[in-house]
Design a protein around this ligand. Structure first.
Ligand code: ATP
Length: 306
């Protein structure tokens, strides 16, 4: 009986761990409480690719099928390339990243990686290949070490520290009284928006993914933090197929292609220079951001600030 009890106990432990991992994943996407019922097809195959091409083909989707959010989205992220998406709040930008991670299935068209429909792939291999730096990083009530290692639980302490160094958060951590053992999250140390995003970048680096989704934080950063995050982003997207959901246009200037979304449609696309020359929506958004920036950086005695 004892012989049977041990494996059963182990199974129980594994179940709890898997369940916790899933809960964490859902929290990561802000999806807790939603019904996620995507299942692997019996003939699903693993994705194996180092430099994948990502293709959206006439993608249609609504969280509620009666209210379509995306009305036919077409774009290609070439292997190792970067596509950035900009547009007003609610235009459907983050929905693209949730579909690429296959939290939901498309209702029309297809998303393909190296020509294979996501629905033909195992979810485990798909999610193994993708790392997400989300808008608002969820910190678990645990040590900062645990929180970074979450990107790859099998990573060694040295690997965690190397990722933290690359994300420019290591020095901050070792200066804390409890260093990497510092408790963070709701019941521990509260991190600023920029620090949280660095934890997310370290997690992503540790995962070393072929595909990177960077959902930029909406919260305003000072221009120094913005530059630092930008430099880190430039570095981690090297050689990876990257989708950037951008709220600041400074983030998208170096993208191979910029998509401008409006109410679930792509209304303009091109490089920064092409879109400026087009003198359309993007050019207008760009001018507005430049004006705001100039106003913020203007001397204090200017009346426009008051
Ligand atoms: P933001 O810039 O504010 O992050 P966004 O362009 O990323 O916005 P999405 O988050 O993709 O916009 O949302 C697009 C639309 O889908 C919105 O109208 C939103 O209300 C709706 N939506 C988003 N998430 C859900 C959800 N989980 N359930 C139902 N509707 C949703």
């Amino acid at each position: 009986l004892l012989q049977l009890a041990i494996p059963l106990n182990l199974l129980g432990m594994m179940y709890r761990e898997v369940k916790q991992a899933l809960t964490n994943l859902e929290r990561l996407f802000g999806l807790l409480g939603e019904q996620l019922d995507i299942k692997d097809r019996p003939d699903a195959a693993p994705l194996s690719t180092a430099r994948p091409e990502v293709r959206f083909e006439a993608v249609r989707f609504g969280y509620d099928p009666r209210r379509e959010i995306l009305h036919g989205i077409d774009f290609v992220v070439p292997p190792g390339g970067t596509v950035a998406v900009v547009g007003h709040s609610g235009s459907g930008k983050s929905t693209l990243s949730r579909l690429l991670y296959r939290f939901y299935d498309v209702q029309g068209g297809a998303i393909r990686i190296d020509g294979r429909d996501l629905r033909e792939l195992t979810q485990a291999s798909l999610r193994q290949a993708i790392a997400i730096v989300p808008q608002d990083t969820v910190l678990f009530n645990d040590s900062i070490l645990y929180n970074i290692r979450y990107g790859r639980p099998a990573a060694s302490r040295e690997e965690v520290e190397a990722a933290a160094r690359a994300a420019h958060i290591h020095d901050f951590i070792v200066a804390l009284p409890d260093g990497y053992e510092t408790a963070v999250g709701e019941r521990g140390l509260k991190l600023s928006g920029g620090e949280k995003q660095r934890v997310a970048i370290a997690r992503a680096l540790l995962k070393n993914p072929a595909i990177l989704i960077f959902d930029e934080a909406t919260s305003a950063l000072d221009s120094k933090s913005e530059k630092a995050i930008q430099a880190e982003l430039d570095r981690i997207q090297q050689g990876r197929t990257t989708l950037v959901i951008a709220h600041r246009l400074s983030t998208v200037m170096n993208a191979d292609q910029i998509l401008v979304m409006d109410a679930g449609r792509i209304i303009e696309r091109g490089t920064h220079a092409e879109l400026i020359a087009l003198e359309g929506h993007y050019a207008a958004m760009w001018r507005l951001q430049q004006e705001r920036r100039d106003a913020v950086h203007a001397p204090q005695d200017q009346s426009s600030l008051r």
